[in-house]
Design a protein around this ligand. Structure first.
Ligand code: HEM
Length: 203
């Protein structure tokens, strides 16, 4: 067995997952009356409005923490460019035509960077929406820009999130085990991340 995620990494990941789900539910409730029932389930409109920005800070905190820990592993390499070119074979499960990947494949790295930049956009725009009264009327363009940026950050992150959960839970058996209980079998690493296996064995 090979250790893939340390305890702190797993804890941070699951705090990110649950805070993101809360933000998604309450954010949808503010966005459309069709989803307002979500806020009611979560304690009511005013309660959701109070906690949404606070929980948002916790979520962004976890993403920044991930960045401090994983940024080296998430850097794009020449091997990722090759993997990217062969993505159609990855999707059609023609694994023999997919170039080997390191600890994370190019798709996982792209997911990380989308979440990272979306979080920064959501934080910046969210602060303006949180303290709107402090933004003077002459700076109203900033309010409008923040609404747009918040929606764009939401759309980018939710699209990436759906693919991430689908891949992690349904497509790659064993990934969920890694992020819940730390270790993965050597055969799993050899199949999905052979360049990483070579690195681990060298150490
Ligand atoms: C219910 C929600 C979620 C589920 C089921 C889930 C599932 C997983 C799984 C199975 C892995 C391990 C993949 C592997 O090592 O091969 C993983 C890794 C990871 N997760 Fe999540 N995740 C969720 C939410 C999130 C959220 C909200 C973020 C926000 C930043 C996130 C960020 C990451 C990152 C950066 C990794 C490592 C790279 C990668 O595998 O993509 N996850 N997740």
């Amino acid at each position: 067995m090979i250790e893939r995620y340390k305890l702190a990494e797993r804890l941070m990941h699951w705090v990110a997952a649950f805070t993101y789900l809360y933000l998604l539910a309450t954010g949808l409730a503010f966005y459309s009356p069709h989803f307002y029932w979500l806020a009611q389930v979560l304690g009511g409109g005013p309660t959701s409005r109070f906690w949404h920005p606070m929980i948002g800070l916790v979520f962004v905190g976890t993403v920044v923490w991930m960045w401090t820990q994983w940024k080296a592993d998430m850097a794009m390499t020449a091997a990722d460019a090759e993997w990217q070119k062969a993505i159609k074979y990855y999707v059609t499960h023609e694994d023999d035509k997919v170039p080997p990947s390191g600890k994370y494949n190019a798709g996982q790295k792209q997911f990380f960077w989308i979440m990272f930049f979306a979080s920064i956009a959501l934080l910046g725009s969210g602060m303006v929406l949180w303290f709107t009264d402090s933004v003077t009327w002459s700076l109203r363009w900033l309010r409008y820009a923040s609404i747009l940026l918040h929606v764009l950050g939401f759309l980018a992150s939710v699209a990436a999130f759906i693919v991430h959960v689908y891949m992690g839970v349904f497509v790659i058996p064993g990934g969920l085990r890694a992020i819940t209980s730390s270790h993965v079998p050597k055969e799993w690493v050899a199949e999905h991340h052979p360049l990483w296996l070579a690195e681990v064995e060298k150490k």
